[in-house]
Structure formats: structure tokens, C-alpha cells
Design a binder for this molecule. Structure first.
Ligand code: FAD
Length: 436
């Protein structure tokens, strides 16, 4: 007979949001036996962004435990023992394959039935495969994707051991493509990036910001091919990838390929049971879904963006952390008949690669104003961009900022001060933010 387990709270998904939700349940005094986290991954929740930053960095090369949640925000690191000591059941290597929200039942891949009173969905995203956009890659080896720790172990194994100093092609010019290219280059690979957009990180960067990073990458020996897409691959007699075919008819030699063409939220087993919007599970300002006993956190949630109006789904770690905390606070407050303020999220994105590090806060809409030293050859480049809409600063990007400066730009994006003119911003540069 199938095993049945019953909990007051169940979190499905042991990633960033799942880990921070557990942290907040602990802060709120969850009792032993009340909470379970069910995770497809074989390890406790960790800070996923560090996979392409610290985890495969040949200089730091840390163990996974150094990046367990909540290391990014400085709290006590949640080792497996942390969960055990608190009576929180962490079911790793356990995939939920069926959910029946009407009977409050989940079923895992080994047939275990999990019953809950309140469910928190934190299943995150998964990568989009090339085959999903019509490109055949089946049966060709050394083509990699990245999401989970095993993916990064496979990539690190290939780049450091099997394919040393090889030719790598990175498909995609977004966050992951940029970070992974840097790691491959740091491992002495000959790296080419290929993407269809006209510049790097097209959804966030202005052409001027991108031009700095493209110049910097060129100086590092990374080749960037823009405005074209991969259409297929050739392989050698071992079945290893040997060439990437591009839609302009040219080919690139390749010993390994990393594909980073975007993600999609993992919501399939809740289909038809919860309202959806913009590809995610629709929530209110407490991360509560259309079912009052079900909450959605992190990448899967489409929530009201209080600052800007409308609904947004945000595939970034900071939102995963904060939405998790908000949901747990809302659940506990509701149990006590109290209310808490609605989620008021300020978008925050960041990245680190080579010796560079940038942060962005707010909204990248309206007119943009560049300031600072954005010469890719500078020994210590430091520059930024303000976005101005209706006479107010609504977004700020800063490369090379100190923690205090990054705090200052976050404050600007939150407070949205008025500006006399774009010229003032351009002349004052970073001091416009730091003097506030
Ligand atoms: P995840 O962290 O993906 O966790 C989802 C969890 O749910 C996983 O453990 C998964 O295995 C599990 N799961 C899924 N389906 C099931 C199921 N059916 N049953 C059980 N468990 C299931 N964001 C930034 O802001 N800055 C960055 O620099 C940055 N870098 C990144 C680098 C990499 C390599 C990757 C992959 C992402 C990066 N991100 C970054 C994005 C960020 O990591 C995500 O936005 C964040 O992890 C979302 O948290 P989440 O908990 O919603 O999802």
C-alpha cells in the first residue's frame, strides 16, 4: 500500500524560495513535524545563482555547502542537520508527479502520498531545450544545459577534465550565457557566444552598457556573434558535437556547447487547478493563489507589482527570497487573524563574472543616461545608467559599485526622485545617488 504522510505545511520545491520559506517558518516558530519540503534535487536548498559564480569558479571552487541557503543574505546556513534539528522533513530526490488540490493531495514519483493543509508551490523554472524551438540535438554528446547542481558538475567536469582547452560555443546572450562564457574562458577554452539579439542581455542592458561588456569580453578573447541563431549541429564518429551550424550558413567548430536560451516556470502538474497569468501562477499581494490554501513563490508566481502597477513574473533570486518570506508571514498572520502589508517588490538583478560585478534596481523604462568610466580597457571600470520616466528616476544600473553605493542606487530606485534634466544626471553621475 502507498505510504501516506501528512503535514500542516508542505513546500514543493527545494530551491531558493523553498529554502527561504523554511527559514521564515523557523523564524515564526514552526513546530516539529508541521513542515515538509519536497525537492526533486538531491541536496538541501542552495543559492542557485552561485552555481555560475562561486561554484564552478576555478579560483574559489567551494563545496556546495558553502552556498546553502541563506548564505547570500548572511543568515545561519541550513545544512541537512538544520532541518532535522527543527523537525522539518526535507524529502530530497523526491519529485511530485501529481497534485490534486481539491483533496489536498500530492503524489511523488515513488508513489508516496503527501497530504497538506497549506501548500507552498516553489517549483521554480527549468531550461528551454533547443528541441522545443525546432532544433535537433538528440544523440549528440557534449551539449549542456544548466539549472541544477548536477548540470554544473557535468559542465565543470567537461571544461576542466575531458575537454581541456577546447573550443566552446555558448548559445544565448543572457545572464547565464554571459556568466558561463567567463567560466569557460577562465578555464582556457576558446569561447564563442551566439545569440539572435542585437546586443548582450538585451532585455536589461542599453546598447551603451552592452558595448562595455562586449568590449571587455573581446579583450578577454571571447568572440561574440550577434543577430544569428544556431540551427543544428554536426557530430564526429564518437557522437560528440563537432560543429554548430548557424542560420547565416556558416559553422563554428565546437568541442562542447552550452545552451542558455531561457527558462520556463514549472507549473504543469497544477494546470487547470489554479488561475494563471503571464505564464505563471497568479497570486495576490500575499502570494496567495486562486485557491486560498495554496501559495506560489519565486519564479512560478505572477504577482501584483505594487510600485509600477500590473502583474509580473520575476525569474530572479531576490524575488524568490523575498516572496518566500512574504508568503510565510502572510500564512502565519492569517492564522492569527492579523494582516500584513502587501508585497511591495523592488526589482533587483545582479551578476558577477571575471572581476566585474553589477547591480540593477527598479525599472528599465523611459530614457537612459549613461555616466562614469565605461572604457572596457580601464583598469577599474566604474559606470552606470539612470532610467528616467515622467521626470523621475525609475531605474539605476551600476558596475563596480561599493556596498554603500549599491545601497544608494537601491534607495533612488525605490524613492524615484525628480530630476531637472537628463544633463544634470549625466554631469552628477553617481553622486546624484550617493548624496540623497
Ligand atoms: P529554483 O531555485 O529553481 O528551485 C525550484 C526547486 O523546485 C528545485 O529544487 C527543483 O528541483 C524543484 N522542483 C521542481 N519541480 C519539482 C517537482 N515536481 N517535485 C519536487 N521538486 C520540484 N538570479 C539572479 O537574480 N541573479 C543571478 O545572478 C542568477 N544567476 C543564476 C544562475 C543560474 C545557473 C541559474 C540556473 C539561475 C540564476 N538566477 C539568478 C535565477 C535564480 O536562481 C532563480 O530565479 C531562483 O533560483 C528561483 O528560485 P525558485 O525557488 O523559484 O526556483
Amino acid at each position: 500500500m502507498a505510504q501516506e504522510k501528512s503535514y500542516k505545511y508542505v513546500i514543493v520545491g527545494g530551491g531558493v524560495a523553498g529554502g527561504y520559506a523554511a527559514m521564515e517558518f523557523n523564524n515564526q516558530g514552526v513546530k516539529p513535524g508541521e513542515l515538509a519540503i519536497i525537492s526533486k534535487e538531491s541536496v538541501p536548498p542552495f543559492e542557485r545563482p552561485e552555481l555560475t559564480k562561486a561554484y564552478i569558479n576555478p579560483e574559489t571552487n567551494p563545496t556546495l555547502a558553502t552556498i546553502y541557503v541563506p548564505s547570500a543574505t548572511g543568515g545561519e546556513k541550513q545544512y541537512a542537520k538544520w532541518y532535522k534539528d527543527r523537525g522539518i522533513d526535507l524529502h530530497v530526490s523526491t519529485e511530485i508527479v501529481k497534485a490534486d488540490l481539491a483533496s489536498k493531495t500530492l503524489v511523488s514519483d515513488d508513489g508516496t502520498i503527501f497530504k497538506y493543509q497549506t501548500l507552498l508551490i516553489a517549483t521554480g523554472s527549468t531550461f528551454i531545450k533547443l528541441s522545443e524551438i525546432g532544433i535537433q540535438e538528440a544523440d549528440i554528446k557534449n551539449i549542456y544545459y544548466l539549472r541544477e547542481v548536477e548540470d554544473l558538475d557535468d559542465i565543470a567536469g567537461a571544461m576542466e577534465f575531458y575537454i581541456q582547452n577546447g573550443k566552446s560555443v555558448v548559445i544565448g546572450g543572457g545572464f547565464l550565457g554571459i556568466e558561463l562564457s567567463a567560466s569557460l574562458r577562465a578555464n582556457n577554452h576558446e569561447v564563442t557566444m551566439v545569440f539572435p539579439e542585437p546586443w548582450l542581455l538585451h532585455q536589461l542592458f542599453t546598447p551603451e552598457i552592452a558595448s562595455f561588456y562586449e568590449g571587455y569580453y573581446a579583450n578577454k578573447g571571447i568572440k561574440i556573434i550577434k543577430g544569428t541563431v544556431a540551427t543544428g549541429f554536426s557530430s564526429n564518429s564518437n557522437g560528440d558535437v563537432s560543429e554548430v551550424k548557424l542560420d547565416d550558413g556558416t559553422t563554428l567548430e565546437a568541442d562542447m556547447v552550452v545552451v542558455a536560451i531561457g527558462g520556463k516556470p514549472v507549473t504543469s502538474f497544477f494546470k487547470g487547478q489554479l488561475e494563471e497569468e503571464k505564464g505563471g501562477i497568479k497570486t495576490d499581494g500575499f502570494l496567495k493563489t486562486s485557491n486560498p490554501d495554496v501559495y506560489a513563490l519565486g519564479d512560478v508566481a505572477t504577482f501584483p507589482m505594487k510600485m509600477y502597477g500590473g502583474m509580473r513574473r520575476v525569474e530572479h533570486a531576490d524575488n524568490a527570497r523575498k516572496s518566500a518570506v512574504q508568503a510565510v508571514k502572510a500564512i502565519k498572520a492569517a492564522e492569527e487573524g492579523k494582516s500584513i502589508p502587501e508585497y511591495d517588490y523592488l526589482p533587483y538583478f545582479y551578476s558577477r563574472f571575471f572581476k566585474l560585478s553589477w547591480e540593477f534596481y527598479g525599472d528599465n523604462v523611459g530614457e537612459s543616461v549613461l555616466f562614469g568610466d565605461n572604457d572596457p580597457k580601464s583598469p577599474k571600470p566604474k559606470f552606470g545608467t539612470y532610467w528616467v520616466k515622467d521626470g523621475k528616476v525609475v531605474g539605476v544600473f551600476l558596475e563596480g559599485g561599493t556596498p554603500e553605493e549599491n545601497k544608494a542606487i537601491a534607495k533612488i530606485a525605490r524613492e524615484q526622485p525628480s530630476v531637472e534634466s537628463l544633463d544634470v544626471l549625466s554631469k552628477e553621475g553617481l553622486s546624484f545617488a550617493t548624496k540623497l
